[in-house]
Design a protein around this ligand. Structure first.
Ligand SMILES: Cc1cc2nc3c(=O)[nH]c(=O)nc-3n(C[C@H](O)[C@H](O)[C@H](O)COP(=O)(O)OP(=O)(O)OC[C@H]3O[C@@H](n4cnc5c(N)ncnc54)[C@H](O)[C@@H]3O)c2cc1C
Length: 580
């Protein structure tokens, strides 16, 4: 049999808790669920291989948001994230993360992941955010995946690699019932019945097209094609603030972080073509991105991560992290260009758009227990709505989800679902394999993502969004009626393309729904250029109702950490003013 030959097969298994996505949040969710009830069955399903999958596959430079006693308090952190996110947060979930994340750091430390410590043996935390101090470097961050994987093996978690989840199953009573998946090497279908399901499928990182034109040259792990967002949507779960796009300041042509979080504490900073600072703080926020955009528009670009002024030894230290840990390709990229930071600073640009709560706030709506609006369905990590969560948020909320989901599974039996749903999904999945001739998925994907750049990249213009919706509907028509998959690899790409088009539709819909501007560049609408707190100081929820995409408002829950009036707009004051 040729490796990618399509095999017609269907099997069914069942478990107590099913975790989908084995990147960062997923392994932690599976581990905590199993530790809570060692007798229960926990399955961890992954599209790639859990050993090396997701955003942290090669490693990570540090924890961007560690709340460590002596440096920061949960109250301070909750305040910082509330302000950084323009006030639109449910503080309970942010606070819970802030309270729990220190114990998770200690646990990761006990797995053998080393964090930077000072001569007294205390964690050595750096300041990058506007107000507080939360960045904890990880000098051997390349071991993070391996360390977690060892824990999964010890706990005897059942790992199913190379299965791509495609749709969730829900019972007639609205509860979660399981998921349907496809083997990425054989195309065989696996149905997994579960009492509780945790979605950890990461960001929607293949939404926009990188300016390099490379489809997989994304900032995000390219396997994160937004399947989790699409699956939650089709299962009827609410998605929050999708119009709050993820847009990042990245290395031009390389599309990885430059990265001020690592280099900033050593004295590097974001500068314009004249070598001058123009923003006060390098922490990624919508307002920061807007200042970046304005600088480019004003003709003072390109924008650089300025570090050529630093001492040789300092640059060596920065290189030892940035060229080796998180993205080892970076050292090779700079070398290939003959670029030496001692002589030349790093040119940056504005990334393509995506959904990601890890860096912004766009995610499947969850409460402080990681519960979505579908009973028994949980979400954690970059695809859940807790804002600015990063890696430690994925670990921490993954563990919250794991524990709560196991409790749910202990108290609820399997939900009954309609067997016809499986047949229907099987037909949808295999449709591109049944056509004799048509358009390969990479062409449909390329077209959809080019349209996302042309029409949906901020600043958001109503007329452009409406045209974008029309063009995307034409792509959908091609996708649903003419897309072909000639082997199981193409089938995987065809399924991913369907998630990407769903996410593009949601991005357009959510952006048109919120008739104001908020979150700096993330949701800058030229037709509604002002922030409208009277009508839009709220979450916006998008969901599928009677087959239709719908939008509604959800009140921001009362704050548990009050924010003073003069603190509310601290993140708006990013631009450095020239003094007379
Ligand atoms: C380049 C880069 C640098 C970063 N640097 C830092 C940093 O220095 N510090 C920090 O704190 N944070 C950093 N982050 C953020 C951090 O890595 C993420 O917030 C975090 O890892 C997200 O975890 P996750 O579990 O949500 O997603 P991931 O870890 O990406 O896991 C998602 C998993 O789901 C799988 N999957 C997707 N679709 C399916 C499907 N249909 N079926 C089955 N499996 C599926 C994927 O293969 C993947 O393994 C960085 C992110 C990136 C991209």
């Amino acid at each position: 049999m040729a490796m990618d030959e399509i095999v017609d097969g269907l099997s069914e298994v069942s478990c107590d808790v099913l975790v989908i996505g084995g990147g960062t949040a997923g392994p932690m969710a599976a581990l905590k669920a199993k530790l809570k009830n060692p007798k229960a069955n926990v399955v961890l399903l992954e599209k790639a291989n859990v050993k090396r999958s997701g955003a942290i596959s090669m490693g990570m430079d540090g924890l961007n948001n560690a709340v460590i006693p002596g440096y920061a308090t949960p109250e301070q952190y909750t305040k910082e994230i509330t302000i950084a996110n323009d006030g639109i947060v449910d503080q309970k979930a942010v606070y819970k993360y802030a309270e729990r994340c220190y114990s998770i750091i200690e646990e990761l430390d006990s797995y053998g992941i080393r964090f930077l410590k000072n001569e007294n043996g205390d964690y050595s935390v750096k300041k990058v955010h506007h107000i507080g101090t939360y960045v904890l470097p990880m000098p051997n961050g390349e071991t993070v995946k391996k360390a977690i994987y060892r824990q999964l093996r010890r706990a005897r978690i059942l790992i199913s690699n190379r299965y791509m989840a495609t749709r969730l199953l829900t019972g007639s009573d609205g509860r979660i019932a399981g998921a349907i998946s496809v083997n990425t090497r054989t195309a065989e279908i696996l149905v997994i019945k579960a009492k509780a399901v945790i979605l950890c499928m990461g960001a929607a990182g293949r939404l926009g097209l990188p300016t390099s034109g490379y489809m997989f040259g994304t900032y995000e792990n390219a396997a994160n094609s937004g399947d989790g967002y699409a699956m939650a949507y089709h299962a009827g779960a609410a998605l929050a603030n999708l119009e709050c796009f993820q847009i990042n300041p990245l290395i031009k042509d390389y599309n990885g972080p430059a990265c001020a979080y690592v280099a900033g504490p050593f004295g590097a900073f974001t500068a314009n073509n004249e070598g001058s600072r123009f923003i006060e703080c390098d922490y990624w926020s919508g307002q920061m991105m807007l200042e970046f955009y304005n600088e480019l528009q004003s003709g003072k670009g390109p924008v650089f991560l300025q570090l050529s002024h630093l001492h040789e030894k300092t640059i060596e230290e920065i290189e030892s992290t940035l060229h080796k840990v998180e993205r080892p390709t970076r050292g090779r990229f700079q070398e290939g260009r003959g670029q030496d930071y001692r002589r030349e600073s790093i040119e940056m640009h504005i990334s393509e758009i995506g959904f990601c709560s890890g860096h912004s706030a766009s995610g499947v709506f969850v409460d402080e227990f990681a519960r979505t609006t579908v009973p028994g369905l949980y979400a954690a990590g970059d695809m859940a709505s807790v804002p600015h969560n990063y890696m430690l948020g994925a670990f921490t909320n993954g563990s919250v989800a794991g524990e709560d989901a196991m409790e749910y599974a202990d108290n609820n039996d399997f939900a009954k679902f309609d067997a016809a749903d499986i047949a229907k999904e099987r037909e949808r999945v295999l449709a591109p394999t049944k056509r004799e001739d048509g358009i390969p998925p990479n062409q449909i994907e390329y077209k959809a993502r080019r349209l996302v750049n042309d029409y949906l990249q901020p600043p958001k213009v109503t007329r452009k969004f409406e045209l974008g919706q029309r063009r995307l509907a034409e792509v959908r028509d091609d996708m649903e009626n003419h897309m072909i998959a000639r082997n199981s690899h193409e089938l995987l790409r065809a399924l991913e393309t369907q998630s990407i088009v769903d996410c593009a539709d949601m991005a357009a819909f959510a952006s048109l729904h919120r008739t104001e501007s908020r979150w700096g560049l993330y949701h800058l609408r030229t037709d509604y250029p002002e922030k409208d707190n009277e009508n839009w100081f709220c979450h916006s929820l998008l969901s599928k109702k009677n087959g239709q995409m719908t939008g509604e408002k959800r009140e921001v829950q009362p704050y548990i950490v009050p924010i003073a009036d003069d603190e509310k707009d601290l993140y708006d004051k990013q631009r450095i003013r020239a003094s007379a």
